[in-house]
Design a protein around this ligand. Sequence first.
Ligand SMILES: [Zn+2]
Length: 217
Amino acid sequence: MNMLTLLYPGKCMLCRERISEEQRGLCPACRAYMEKSMKELYCPAPGNTDGLICAALYQGRFRRAIVDYKFNGRYAYGKPLAELAMRAWELHHMPKPDVVTCVPISRIHIHGRGFNQSAELARWIAAQWDVPFMETLRRRVLARRQSDLNAEQRWSNARRTFFPYSLADVEGKTVVLVDDIVTTGATVSTCAGILREMGAICVWALAAAKTDNNIVS
Ligand SMILES: [Zn+2]
């Protein structure tokens, strides 16, 4: 068993066709489809970010793959999802940042779900880019889940939710903020605003998916 056997799923995460490890989670047809659609995907920049890059819309088989990754224990989908986000980044001719960070989840949620899916994506992206992964933000435990709120509530809830991680140093740095799914953009915008207050000079958001509704900027 080589290392890749531990890293990538044995079936295409979109069509479930059996594939080799070297195909890194997607069959050639699904990869070609994803690459074509990511070139055409326009993502408006949420508020405090310098911009947003996403691999795909949160729909269809891609949505199912993300749900399986987040909630159904298909951890092996994390690397292909991260690599699709990286591919979108590349296709938009974006430079590597100084650091990669992620939207934090609270400790309670980590314990409930077992892992922070955005941190896993961010760590893999940082490793592939050979730049440091840094925890920069914390999330209050009392906050209501963003997924339970409407668009307007998400903004005020997000502002109460996140705060700087005292050991993080992003002064003068360019930062990529990774999230799994961007919905209204409230979360990444709020986090980007805090990162700027912490001294970051540039904050781009990078996500696996975005929902097909308006991002408020
Ligand atoms: Zn496929």
